[in-house]
Ligand binder design. Sequence first.
Ligand SMILES: NC(=O)c1ccc[n+]([C@@H]2O[C@H](COP(=O)([O-])OP(=O)(O)OC[C@H]3O[C@@H](n4cnc5c(N)ncnc54)[C@H](OP(=O)(O)O)[C@@H]3O)[C@@H](O)[C@H]2O)c1
Length: 325
Amino acid sequence: MEYRKLGRTGLKVSEFCMGTMQFGWTADEETSFEVLNAAYEAGINFIDTADIYSRWVEGNPGGVSEEIVGKWIKKFDIPRENLVIATKVRGQMSDDPNDQGLSRQHIMKAVEDSLRRLQIDYIDLYQSHSYDPDVEIQETMRAFDDLVHQGKVRYLGCSNYPAWRLMEAMWESERDELYRYECIQPHYNLVHRAEFERELADVCSKYGVGVIPYSPLAGGFLTGKYKKGGDIPAGTRGEMSGRVQGHMIDKNWDLLELVENMGQEKGGYSVSQMSLGWLLSDPLITSPIIGPKNIKQFKDNIGAVGLRLSEDEKARLDEASDWTK
Ligand SMILES: NC(=O)c1ccc[n+]([C@@H]2O[C@H](COP(=O)([O-])OP(=O)(O)OC[C@H]3O[C@@H](n4cnc5c(N)ncnc54)[C@H](OP(=O)(O)O)[C@@H]3O)[C@@H](O)[C@H]2O)c1
Protein backbone atom coordinates (compact mmCIF):
# COMPACT_ATOMS: atom_id res chain seq x y z
CA MET A 1 0.00 0.00 0.00
CA GLU A 2 1.37 3.37 -0.99
CA TYR A 3 0.75 6.40 1.25
CA ARG A 4 0.40 9.74 -0.47
CA LYS A 5 0.42 13.31 0.71
CA LEU A 6 -3.05 14.82 0.74
CA GLY A 7 -2.55 17.81 -1.52
CA ARG A 8 0.04 20.18 -0.12
CA THR A 9 -0.56 19.08 3.50
CA GLY A 10 1.80 16.84 5.44
CA LEU A 11 -0.97 14.28 5.99
CA LYS A 12 -0.33 10.84 4.46
CA VAL A 13 -3.29 8.81 3.24
CA SER A 14 -3.45 5.31 1.72
CA GLU A 15 -3.75 5.00 -2.06
CA PHE A 16 -7.35 3.88 -1.53
CA CYS A 17 -9.84 5.57 0.74
CA MET A 18 -12.57 3.34 2.24
CA GLY A 19 -15.97 4.77 1.37
CA THR A 20 -18.87 4.07 3.72
CA MET A 21 -22.01 5.31 1.96
CA GLN A 22 -23.18 1.68 1.61
CA PHE A 23 -22.95 1.01 5.37
CA GLY A 24 -26.44 0.82 6.87
CA TRP A 25 -27.85 0.95 3.34
CA THR A 26 -26.75 -1.92 1.08
CA ALA A 27 -24.44 -3.41 3.74
CA ASP A 28 -25.70 -4.24 7.25
CA GLU A 29 -23.66 -3.44 10.35
CA GLU A 30 -21.96 -6.82 10.63
CA THR A 31 -20.89 -6.80 6.99
CA SER A 32 -19.71 -3.20 7.37
CA PHE A 33 -17.46 -4.24 10.29
CA GLU A 34 -16.09 -7.11 8.20
CA VAL A 35 -15.24 -4.79 5.30
CA LEU A 36 -13.73 -2.16 7.62
CA ASN A 37 -11.56 -4.79 9.33
CA ALA A 38 -10.35 -6.10 5.98
CA ALA A 39 -9.59 -2.55 4.79
CA TYR A 40 -7.65 -1.77 7.95
CA GLU A 41 -5.70 -5.03 7.73
CA ALA A 42 -4.86 -4.25 4.10
CA GLY A 43 -3.30 -0.95 5.19
CA ILE A 44 -6.11 1.47 4.34
CA ASN A 45 -5.90 4.30 6.90
CA PHE A 46 -8.32 6.67 5.17
CA ILE A 47 -12.12 6.43 5.75
CA ASP A 48 -14.75 8.62 4.11
CA THR A 49 -18.24 9.08 5.52
CA ALA A 50 -20.91 11.83 5.71
CA ASP A 51 -23.57 12.94 8.17
CA ILE A 52 -26.33 12.39 5.60
CA TYR A 53 -25.52 8.69 4.82
CA SER A 54 -27.99 7.28 4.10
CA ARG A 55 -30.99 9.46 4.85
CA TRP A 56 -32.43 8.90 1.37
CA VAL A 57 -33.37 5.34 2.35
CA GLU A 58 -36.89 5.09 3.77
CA GLY A 59 -36.82 4.69 7.53
CA ASN A 60 -33.13 5.65 7.76
CA PRO A 61 -32.61 8.77 9.92
CA GLY A 62 -29.18 9.63 8.48
CA GLY A 63 -25.97 9.49 10.48
CA VAL A 64 -26.03 5.69 10.33
CA SER A 65 -22.75 5.33 8.44
CA GLU A 66 -20.95 7.60 10.92
CA GLU A 67 -22.42 5.56 13.78
CA ILE A 68 -21.18 2.31 12.27
CA VAL A 69 -17.66 3.72 11.84
CA GLY A 70 -17.71 4.95 15.46
CA LYS A 71 -18.90 1.58 16.77
CA TRP A 72 -16.23 -0.22 14.72
CA ILE A 73 -13.42 1.90 16.20
CA LYS A 74 -14.61 1.12 19.74
CA LYS A 75 -15.58 -2.53 19.24
CA PHE A 76 -12.29 -3.50 17.61
CA ASP A 77 -10.17 -1.12 19.67
CA ILE A 78 -8.67 0.55 16.60
CA PRO A 79 -6.03 3.13 17.61
CA ARG A 80 -7.61 6.47 16.74
CA GLU A 81 -4.30 8.01 15.66
CA ASN A 82 -3.86 5.33 12.97
CA LEU A 83 -6.95 6.57 11.14
CA VAL A 84 -7.64 9.53 8.89
CA ILE A 85 -11.38 10.06 9.24
CA ALA A 86 -13.16 12.23 6.72
CA THR A 87 -16.78 13.26 7.00
CA LYS A 88 -19.06 15.82 5.38
CA VAL A 89 -21.64 18.48 6.19
CA ARG A 90 -24.32 20.11 4.03
CA GLY A 91 -27.20 17.65 3.67
CA GLN A 92 -30.68 18.16 5.12
CA MET A 93 -30.62 16.31 8.46
CA SER A 94 -34.19 17.09 9.63
CA ASP A 95 -37.18 19.24 8.67
CA ASP A 96 -35.71 22.24 10.49
CA PRO A 97 -34.74 24.77 7.78
CA ASN A 98 -31.46 25.45 9.61
CA ASP A 99 -30.54 21.78 9.87
CA GLN A 100 -28.85 21.80 6.45
CA GLY A 101 -26.41 23.81 4.39
CA LEU A 102 -23.07 25.50 4.95
CA SER A 103 -24.14 28.32 7.28
CA ARG A 104 -22.18 28.92 10.50
CA GLN A 105 -25.33 27.89 12.36
CA HIS A 106 -25.52 24.47 10.73
CA ILE A 107 -21.78 23.76 10.59
CA MET A 108 -21.40 24.37 14.35
CA LYS A 109 -24.25 21.96 15.13
CA ALA A 110 -23.35 19.37 12.50
CA VAL A 111 -19.75 19.01 13.67
CA GLU A 112 -20.88 18.17 17.20
CA ASP A 113 -23.38 15.62 15.86
CA SER A 114 -20.71 13.96 13.68
CA LEU A 115 -18.18 13.84 16.53
CA ARG A 116 -20.78 12.22 18.78
CA ARG A 117 -21.82 9.61 16.21
CA LEU A 118 -18.21 8.82 15.32
CA GLN A 119 -17.28 8.69 19.05
CA ILE A 120 -14.11 10.69 18.41
CA ASP A 121 -12.93 14.11 19.57
CA TYR A 122 -11.54 15.42 16.29
CA ILE A 123 -12.27 14.93 12.59
CA ASP A 124 -9.22 14.65 10.33
CA LEU A 125 -10.86 15.98 7.19
CA TYR A 126 -14.11 17.97 7.32
CA GLN A 127 -15.69 18.46 3.91
CA SER A 128 -18.43 20.60 2.44
CA HIS A 129 -20.60 17.96 0.76
CA SER A 130 -21.64 20.27 -2.07
CA TYR A 131 -21.88 23.92 -3.01
CA ASP A 132 -24.48 25.93 -1.02
CA PRO A 133 -25.73 28.85 -3.13
CA ASP A 134 -27.58 30.36 -0.14
CA VAL A 135 -24.47 31.08 1.92
CA GLU A 136 -21.60 33.46 1.23
CA ILE A 137 -18.33 31.56 1.06
CA GLN A 138 -16.82 33.81 3.73
CA GLU A 139 -19.37 32.59 6.29
CA THR A 140 -18.55 28.96 5.54
CA MET A 141 -14.76 29.39 5.52
CA ARG A 142 -14.76 31.40 8.76
CA ALA A 143 -16.85 28.76 10.52
CA PHE A 144 -14.52 26.00 9.25
CA ASP A 145 -11.45 28.02 10.26
CA ASP A 146 -12.86 28.35 13.79
CA LEU A 147 -13.28 24.57 13.98
CA VAL A 148 -9.62 24.05 13.09
CA HIS A 149 -8.57 26.57 15.76
CA GLN A 150 -10.83 24.78 18.27
CA GLY A 151 -9.09 21.48 17.50
CA LYS A 152 -12.33 19.81 16.40
CA VAL A 153 -11.16 19.53 12.80
CA ARG A 154 -7.66 19.16 11.34
CA TYR A 155 -8.00 19.70 7.59
CA LEU A 156 -10.70 21.06 5.30
CA GLY A 157 -12.01 19.72 2.01
CA CYS A 158 -14.95 20.10 -0.35
CA SER A 159 -16.93 17.91 -2.67
CA ASN A 160 -19.01 18.53 -5.79
CA TYR A 161 -17.77 22.12 -6.05
CA PRO A 162 -17.62 23.84 -9.42
CA ALA A 163 -14.16 25.23 -10.23
CA TRP A 164 -15.23 28.85 -9.77
CA ARG A 165 -16.50 28.17 -6.24
CA LEU A 166 -13.32 26.34 -5.24
CA MET A 167 -11.28 29.28 -6.57
CA GLU A 168 -13.53 31.74 -4.72
CA ALA A 169 -13.08 29.75 -1.48
CA MET A 170 -9.30 29.62 -1.84
CA TRP A 171 -9.14 33.32 -2.64
CA GLU A 172 -11.25 34.09 0.44
CA SER A 173 -9.04 31.91 2.66
CA GLU A 174 -5.87 33.52 1.36
CA ARG A 175 -7.23 37.06 1.72
CA ASP A 176 -8.46 36.56 5.29
CA GLU A 177 -5.65 34.18 6.31
CA LEU A 178 -8.05 31.32 7.00
CA TYR A 179 -7.44 27.59 6.68
CA ARG A 180 -8.35 26.58 3.12
CA TYR A 181 -9.76 23.58 1.33
CA GLU A 182 -6.84 21.20 0.86
CA CYS A 183 -8.67 18.59 -1.20
CA ILE A 184 -11.69 18.02 -3.34
CA GLN A 185 -13.90 14.97 -3.71
CA PRO A 186 -15.21 14.99 -7.28
CA HIS A 187 -17.42 12.51 -9.10
CA TYR A 188 -14.78 11.04 -11.40
CA ASN A 189 -14.28 7.76 -13.22
CA LEU A 190 -13.67 6.35 -16.70
CA VAL A 191 -17.25 7.01 -17.85
CA HIS A 192 -17.71 10.33 -16.02
CA ARG A 193 -14.72 12.50 -16.84
CA ALA A 194 -15.88 15.89 -18.08
CA GLU A 195 -17.18 17.22 -14.75
CA PHE A 196 -13.69 17.04 -13.24
CA GLU A 197 -11.47 17.40 -16.28
CA ARG A 198 -13.16 20.42 -17.86
CA GLU A 199 -11.85 22.96 -15.29
CA LEU A 200 -11.35 21.47 -11.83
CA ALA A 201 -8.33 19.36 -12.78
CA ASP A 202 -6.32 22.45 -13.75
CA VAL A 203 -7.25 24.22 -10.50
CA CYS A 204 -6.14 21.20 -8.45
CA SER A 205 -2.90 20.85 -10.37
CA LYS A 206 -1.96 24.53 -10.17
CA TYR A 207 -2.90 25.07 -6.51
CA GLY A 208 -1.86 21.70 -5.04
CA VAL A 209 -5.38 20.60 -4.09
CA GLY A 210 -5.59 16.86 -3.33
CA VAL A 211 -8.11 14.84 -5.36
CA ILE A 212 -10.09 11.95 -3.84
CA PRO A 213 -12.59 10.82 -6.51
CA TYR A 214 -15.87 9.21 -5.53
CA SER A 215 -17.78 6.51 -7.43
CA PRO A 216 -14.54 5.27 -9.05
CA LEU A 217 -16.48 2.30 -10.50
CA ALA A 218 -19.43 4.41 -11.67
CA GLY A 219 -21.63 2.83 -8.99
CA GLY A 220 -20.74 -0.67 -10.22
CA PHE A 221 -21.06 -0.09 -13.98
CA LEU A 222 -17.27 -0.38 -14.35
CA THR A 223 -17.21 -3.89 -12.87
CA GLY A 224 -18.53 -5.53 -16.05
CA LYS A 225 -21.53 -7.06 -14.26
CA TYR A 226 -24.01 -5.23 -16.46
CA LYS A 227 -24.23 -6.62 -20.00
CA LYS A 228 -25.41 -4.95 -23.19
CA GLY A 229 -29.02 -5.97 -23.79
CA GLY A 230 -29.02 -8.03 -20.57
CA ASP A 231 -31.24 -7.74 -17.51
CA ILE A 232 -30.04 -5.61 -14.62
CA PRO A 233 -28.87 -8.10 -11.96
CA ALA A 234 -31.12 -8.21 -8.89
CA GLY A 235 -29.91 -6.50 -5.72
CA THR A 236 -27.50 -4.17 -7.49
CA ARG A 237 -27.16 -0.39 -7.41
CA GLY A 238 -28.23 -0.47 -11.07
CA GLU A 239 -31.74 -1.43 -9.94
CA MET A 240 -32.14 1.70 -7.83
CA SER A 241 -29.92 4.26 -9.51
CA GLY A 242 -30.77 6.11 -12.70
CA ARG A 243 -27.15 7.27 -12.67
CA VAL A 244 -25.86 3.71 -13.23
CA GLN A 245 -28.43 3.10 -15.97
CA GLY A 246 -27.39 6.37 -17.64
CA HIS A 247 -23.97 4.84 -18.35
CA MET A 248 -25.52 2.10 -20.48
CA ILE A 249 -24.77 3.57 -23.90
CA ASP A 250 -22.90 2.07 -26.88
CA LYS A 251 -19.70 4.04 -26.33
CA ASN A 252 -19.44 2.69 -22.79
CA TRP A 253 -20.21 -0.92 -23.76
CA ASP A 254 -17.30 -0.68 -26.23
CA LEU A 255 -15.10 0.79 -23.52
CA LEU A 256 -15.97 -2.07 -21.14
CA GLU A 257 -14.95 -4.60 -23.77
CA LEU A 258 -11.60 -2.86 -24.21
CA VAL A 259 -11.02 -2.65 -20.45
CA GLU A 260 -11.80 -6.36 -20.11
CA ASN A 261 -9.40 -7.33 -22.93
CA MET A 262 -6.64 -5.11 -21.58
CA GLY A 263 -7.06 -6.61 -18.10
CA GLN A 264 -6.61 -10.09 -19.54
CA GLU A 265 -3.56 -9.00 -21.57
CA LYS A 266 -2.03 -7.50 -18.43
CA GLY A 267 -2.21 -10.77 -16.56
CA GLY A 268 -5.78 -11.27 -15.38
CA TYR A 269 -6.97 -8.04 -13.84
CA SER A 270 -10.74 -7.62 -13.54
CA VAL A 271 -12.66 -4.80 -15.23
CA SER A 272 -13.03 -3.05 -11.87
CA GLN A 273 -9.33 -3.39 -11.05
CA MET A 274 -8.34 -1.92 -14.43
CA SER A 275 -10.82 0.94 -13.95
CA LEU A 276 -9.36 1.66 -10.51
CA GLY A 277 -5.86 1.30 -11.99
CA TRP A 278 -6.68 4.04 -14.49
CA LEU A 279 -7.27 6.43 -11.56
CA LEU A 280 -4.31 5.13 -9.51
CA SER A 281 -2.00 5.80 -12.47
CA ASP A 282 -2.90 9.48 -12.69
CA PRO A 283 -0.41 11.61 -10.69
CA LEU A 284 -3.13 14.19 -9.99
CA ILE A 285 -5.24 11.65 -8.10
CA THR A 286 -4.47 11.20 -4.40
CA SER A 287 -6.79 8.37 -3.34
CA PRO A 288 -9.92 7.01 -5.07
CA ILE A 289 -12.76 6.26 -2.63
CA ILE A 290 -13.92 2.67 -3.06
CA GLY A 291 -17.40 1.52 -1.99
CA PRO A 292 -17.54 -2.33 -1.84
CA LYS A 293 -20.65 -3.57 -0.02
CA ASN A 294 -19.25 -6.98 0.96
CA ILE A 295 -15.98 -8.85 1.39
CA LYS A 296 -16.09 -10.40 -2.08
CA GLN A 297 -16.28 -6.98 -3.70
CA PHE A 298 -13.64 -5.64 -1.32
CA LYS A 299 -11.21 -8.43 -2.26
CA ASP A 300 -11.70 -7.60 -5.92
CA ASN A 301 -11.22 -3.83 -5.40
CA ILE A 302 -8.18 -4.21 -3.15
CA GLY A 303 -6.53 -6.33 -5.84
CA ALA A 304 -5.90 -3.07 -7.69
CA VAL A 305 -3.50 -1.80 -5.00
CA GLY A 306 -0.17 -1.20 -6.69
CA LEU A 307 -1.66 -1.53 -10.17
CA ARG A 308 -0.16 1.09 -12.48
CA LEU A 309 -0.93 1.33 -16.18
CA SER A 310 1.85 1.96 -18.68
CA GLU A 311 1.73 5.21 -20.64
CA ASP A 312 0.45 3.30 -23.65
CA GLU A 313 -2.29 1.53 -21.65
CA LYS A 314 -3.38 4.80 -20.06
CA ALA A 315 -3.49 6.49 -23.48
CA ARG A 316 -5.66 3.68 -24.92
CA LEU A 317 -8.21 4.07 -22.12
CA ASP A 318 -8.07 7.88 -22.31
CA GLU A 319 -8.80 7.69 -26.02
CA ALA A 320 -11.66 5.18 -25.70
CA SER A 321 -13.35 7.25 -22.97
CA ASP A 322 -12.59 10.65 -24.51
CA TRP A 323 -15.45 13.09 -23.77
CA THR A 324 -14.17 16.00 -25.85
CA LYS A 325 -15.16 14.51 -29.21
N1 LIG B 1 -19.21 13.31 -2.19
C1 LIG B 1 -20.25 12.73 -2.73
O1 LIG B 1 -21.22 13.37 -3.16
C2 LIG B 1 -20.24 11.22 -2.85
C3 LIG B 1 -21.17 10.57 -3.67
C4 LIG B 1 -21.10 9.19 -3.78
C5 LIG B 1 -20.14 8.47 -3.09
N2 LIG B 1 -19.26 9.13 -2.25
C6 LIG B 1 -18.20 8.38 -1.50
O2 LIG B 1 -17.51 7.52 -2.38
C7 LIG B 1 -17.62 6.17 -1.94
C8 LIG B 1 -17.66 5.25 -3.12
O3 LIG B 1 -18.75 5.62 -3.99
P1 LIG B 1 -19.54 4.48 -4.76
O4 LIG B 1 -20.10 3.52 -3.80
O5 LIG B 1 -20.45 5.15 -5.73
O6 LIG B 1 -18.29 3.75 -5.52
P2 LIG B 1 -18.24 2.79 -6.76
O7 LIG B 1 -16.95 2.03 -6.60
O8 LIG B 1 -18.43 3.55 -8.01
O9 LIG B 1 -19.48 1.81 -6.59
C9 LIG B 1 -19.50 0.87 -5.54
C10 LIG B 1 -20.59 -0.15 -5.82
O10 LIG B 1 -20.27 -0.89 -7.01
C11 LIG B 1 -20.62 -2.26 -6.83
N3 LIG B 1 -19.35 -3.02 -6.83
C12 LIG B 1 -18.13 -2.63 -6.34
N4 LIG B 1 -17.21 -3.59 -6.55
C13 LIG B 1 -17.83 -4.61 -7.17
C14 LIG B 1 -17.42 -5.88 -7.66
N5 LIG B 1 -16.17 -6.28 -7.55
N6 LIG B 1 -18.34 -6.66 -8.27
C15 LIG B 1 -19.62 -6.26 -8.42
N7 LIG B 1 -20.08 -5.06 -7.98
C16 LIG B 1 -19.20 -4.26 -7.34
C17 LIG B 1 -21.35 -2.33 -5.48
O11 LIG B 1 -22.72 -2.00 -5.67
P3 LIG B 1 -23.90 -3.08 -5.91
O12 LIG B 1 -23.36 -4.47 -5.63
O13 LIG B 1 -24.99 -2.69 -4.99
O14 LIG B 1 -24.29 -2.92 -7.34
C18 LIG B 1 -20.69 -1.20 -4.72
O15 LIG B 1 -21.41 -0.76 -3.60
C19 LIG B 1 -18.88 6.16 -1.06
O16 LIG B 1 -18.89 5.09 -0.14
C20 LIG B 1 -18.78 7.50 -0.39
O17 LIG B 1 -17.85 7.43 0.69
C21 LIG B 1 -19.29 10.48 -2.16
